[in-house]
Design a binder for this molecule. Structure first.
Ligand code: TRP
Ligand code: ZN
Length: 888
């Protein structure tokens, strides 16, 4: 089967512009008729008009005259009209769509009886015909007609300019969006929804109406999202000088949604998971997720909507930049250092894995088959790191100068990653031409660093190693430009001051930290200092998205863990100790030897636990052992179950070696959390960053403590479960996830009680399914299979699929079970889901990404499953693209 591949190098400017679009949606029971009028401006005397559409075509008019069927041809999704005028004209097209049976959740679809759209990247063509490419922008006016009772609320982008009654119990509303926008930002919502309203006054004193639309029963869960939006609006004014531009900002929550949320102009549509949160149903991390996604979609109004992408290869232009902005926003709220570590951990767990997989692609992909497959960790998270590197090179002022020039040049345009880079360079007089390689070279670079001290001269040698990726061998890759932030510590953990004799601007300045520019395959940097022993602190703040190799002794790592004032480097020192201990356990397990004792690690952890000066949220992070996917790195022939066992063994060693310290730390944190609530009549365990930190420390400890004596723990948990559950969902979830691997039937009883209690709360039921699917218990696959028949499970709901099947696919010992049962289970569901939702099915297919690096027996089992999938005649191009790459 041949796939149509689109290439960045083939980009050509559009031959037809559509500066004005009028839409009429006539909502009926079984279908919706859509009439679009495109006001078309031909370019270069082009006569042949090409439109994209994947909807039932009913009729076409040219300047109001119906066109005969001989005047056009429709092949697949491509409508070709060969003899169009070369002067401006209008084309009116009627289509019919069937939202009730659309389970792809792209285009116009029904959920719970209401109607919603999802158009990014190419969903608009599932509704009507249009060039449907982001460089064709227009002003949209949209009329919706529908039954008044069934669809009391009628929404689209911009401002409502008219509304009223129609015969037969119907009504209408007309919306006008004065900002020209690409079709992917179009949105429509119709149905029975209630609005929670608020107001934001902008810095230039304009009143913006805020409206959050939910099902009536969910209105008690939007307050936090509304507050987050107002904070985001304020923050963007203060940090970036950017003000909101319409009179109304609407957010709609929907339970059937393929991703997190969508930034449609003036009418964001959100997965309920990222809007609805109260302390009884949402954990602290859920609150944090709401805040960051609300921020993310709001920030898109400038970085995405006002300035959009020329083509989909440029996706990171808006996504990388907007993730950077939402990270900065979240970092502003509380412990910036902890937020940074969380982001780095996410990147290293999932993006580094993607970069080491057959799906590896640059931040700006050079080709794609299905664009939906490129909303990736690379485009989003690595893209944000690329933006952060500009910031590191230029500093806040220089970065803001670049942003200002970017908006001056490109407001209202559809542009490229190069345009952004040029704005950053030109505003600061900096040469970023080499930096462009971050947009074209895939794979995670490695910096191999070594250091030597002689007579007060410290030499740091830096080698840059670029990996092979499926699209490009390492031999064709050129050295990249990146900032390497460094400092030096003496044997007492004090920062050493130094000079850089070879650096003209600062050669006489005493410094304690600096940012080096790495831009060659091998470089040396010289520092003058007064010291006998030097431990370098490297890649501070994770200044570039790379692997770092430096031959630290365990003692040096312990020193950095105890004293480094850069939270990332401090955390990373601990992570390296963990990785070494796990590797040693793996060797011991493989050779049937006794596990080593890891004395230096245990001592270092004991110091961390006993150190009262460490912020609780950071302490919780310092206790976190690297995730399994982080341990795979770029290894070959790996046995994921053995690595998982080695990691589990270390957790057991920590639980036993540090039992009393863990217990004391957890109890202190609990005490601190309770302290300001005691004596109050009503005790609220609401989300706030400080309490969230104390709770994350409690459960980081508790997850380990329960391993000390599983039987005693489950008995105790049974006693105090209700008391914890009454406090809030973070406590309830913390307790349940800690005992989730326990083999005692009491674990099943607690989970069953949890499910019964929250039967009517869809988002909490997702948590129940996640618990079932993430357990290490031997009967997990059986429990997952049983859960498929749970009345609250639904294969056509993406959140449910991700909670149960997606979580299972990340449960290493079960997904990678030696008998292939995990692979077979996931593959079976990829096939089923692909029949109605290719985007979600393709997401699940990525679970097989490890195929080429896994040991031969599992590799053969994986391969057999994937070969069955590619043999399916009606397989979507989404799943086919992923699976063929993995098999290649
Ligand atoms: N642009 C959206 C964001 O970053 C994400 C998005 C892209 C999306 N395609 C989608 C969301 C399809 C839902 C469905 O926030
Ligand atoms: Zn986004």
């Amino acid at each position: 089967m041949t796939q149509i591949v689109k290439y960045l190098k083939d980009y050509a400017a559009p031959n037809h512009l559509v500066p004005k679009v009028d839409l009429l949606f006539d909502v009926q029971n079984e279908y919706t008729d859509v009439i679009i009028t495109l006001h078309i401006e031909p370019q270069n005397n082009e006569k042949t008009l090409i439109l994209q559409g994947d909807a039932k075509l009913l009729m076409i008019q040219l300047n109001g005259e119906r066109l005969p069927e001989t005047a056009y041809s429709l092949v697949g999704e491509i409508l070709t009209l060969p003899n169009m005028p070369t002067v401006p004209f209008t084309l009116t097209i009627q289509t019919r769509v069937f939202p009730e049976i659309n389970k792809s959740f792209n285009g116009l679809y029904a959920s719970d009886g209401n109607l919603y759209t999802q158009c990014e990247p190419e969903g608009f063509r599932k509704i009507t015909f249009h060039p449907d490419r982001p460089d064709v922008m227009g002003v949209f006016t949209t009329e919706i007609r529908a039954d008044k009772q069934k669809f009391p609320v009628l929404l689209s982008n911009g401002n409502k300019i008219r509304s009223g009654s129609l015969p037969d119990g119907r009504h209408f509303a007309v919306w006008h969006d004065p900002f020209k926008k690409p079709s992917y930002l179009f949105a429509l919502v119709a149905g029975q929804l209630v609005a929670t309203s608020d107001v934001f006054v902008t810095k230039s004193n304009r009143q913006v109406a805020i409206e959050f639309y939910t099902r009536p029963e969910d209105a008690d869960k939007v307050a936090f999202a509304v507050e987050s939006l107002k904070n985001a609006m304020k923050w963007d004014e203060e940090r970036f000088g950017l003000e909101y531009d319409l009179d109304v900002y609407m957010v709609v929550a929907v339970g059937d949604f393929n991703m997190g949320a969508m930034e449609n102009k003036g009418l964001n549509i959100f997965n309920t998971k990222y809007v609805l949160a109260n302390s009884q149903t949402a954990t602290d991390s859920d609150f944090e997720g709401v805040e960051s996604v609300i921020g993310h979609e709001y920030f898109h109004n400038w970085t995405g909507n006002r300035v959009t992408c020329r083509d989909w290869f440029q996706l990171s232009l808006k996504e990388g930049l907007t993730v950077f902005r939402d990270q900065e926003f979240s970092g502003n709220r509380a412990s910036r250092a902890v937020r940074r570590i969380e982001n780095v951990k996410l990147l290293r767990t999932h993006q580094f894995a993607e970069d080491a997989s057959p799906m590896a692609h640059p931040v700006r992909p050079a080709s794609y088959v299905e664009m939906n497959n490129f909303y990736t960790m690379t485009v989003y998270e690595k893209g944000a790191e690329v933006v952060r590197m500009y910031h590191t090179f230029l500093g806040e002022d220089g970065f803001q100068r670049g942003m200002k020039l970017y908006f001056e040049r490109h407001d209202g345009q559809a542009v490229t990653c190069d345009d952004f880079r040029h704005a950053m360079a030109d505003a600061n007089g900096v040469d970023f031409s080499q930096f462009a390689l971050w947009y074209s070279q895939a794979g995670t670079p490695t910096l191999n660093v070594s250091g030597s001290l002689q007579n007060g001269e410290y030499i740091l040698d830096v080698k840059q190693i670029l990996p092979n990726t499926p699209d490009m061998p390492a031999s064709e890759k050129k050295p990249m430009m990146m900032p390497l932030a460094i400092a030096f510590f003496d044997e007492n953990g004090k920062k050493i001051s130094f000079r850089q004799p070879e650096h003209p601007a600062v050669s006489n300045t005493e410094q304690t930290e600096t940012v080096l520019t790495v831009n060659q395959s091998e470089q040396s940097f010289k520092f003058l200092m007064n010291a006998n022993t030097v431990t370098p602190s490297l890649l501070r703040g994770f200044s570039a998205p790379v692997y770092l190799e430096f031959d630290y002794t365990n003692k040096e790592l312990a020193l950095l863990l105890a004293h480094d004032d850069d939270a990332f480097s401090r955390w990373e020192a601990g992570q390296t100790l963990f990785r070494r201990a796990i590797a040693a356990n793996e060797d011991a397990l493989k050779n049937g030897e006794m596990l080593p004792e890891h004395t230096e690690l245990m001592d270092a952890l004991r110091n961390v636990l006993n150190n009262q000066d460490i912020d609780p949220a950071l302490k919780a992070m310092l206790l976190q052992v690297p995730a399994e996917a982080e341990l795979w790195g770029e290894r070959d022939n790996l046995n994921p179950v053995l690595i998982s066992m080695a990691r589990e063994a270390l957790l057991e060693q920590i639980a036993h070696g540090l039992h009393s310290e863990l217990l004391a730390t957890a109890l202190n944190a609990r005490e601190a959390e309770n302290a300001d609530k005691r004596g109050k009549e009503i005790v609220f365990y609401e989300y706030n960053p400080k309490d969230a930190g104390l709770r994350s420390l409690q459960y980081a400890c508790f997850g380990l403590i329960h391993r000390f004596d599983e039987i005693a723990t489950i008995e105790q948990v049974f006693e105090y479960y209700d008391e914890m559950a009454r406090k809030n969902m973070t406590h309830e979830w913390g307790v349940l996830s800690a005992i989730n691997h326990n083999h005692d039937p009491k674990r099943d009883e607690l989970l069953a009680r949890f499910a019964a209690k929250f039967d009517s709360q869809a988002l909490v039921m997702d948590k129940y399914f996640m618990l079932i699917a993430s357990s290490r218990r031997a009967d997990t696959l059986a429990q997952v299979q049983a859960a498929l028949n749970h009345p609250r499970f639904a294969l056509d709901n993406p959140n449910k699929v991700r909670a149960l099947i997606g979580t299972f696919a990340r449960n290493v010992p079960h997904f990678h079970a030696a008998d292939g049962s995990g692979y077979a289970f996931v593959a079976q569901h990829i096939k089923k889901i692909d029949e109605f939702n290719p985007q979600v099915a393709a997401g699940l297919a990525r679970a097989f990404n490890l195929l080429q690096r896994i040991e031969p027996q599992r590799q053969a089992l994986m391969r057999a499953e994937l070969e069955q999938i590619v043999a399916l005649p009606n397989l979507s191009k989404d799943v086919r693209e992923i699976v063929e790459k993995i098999l290649a």
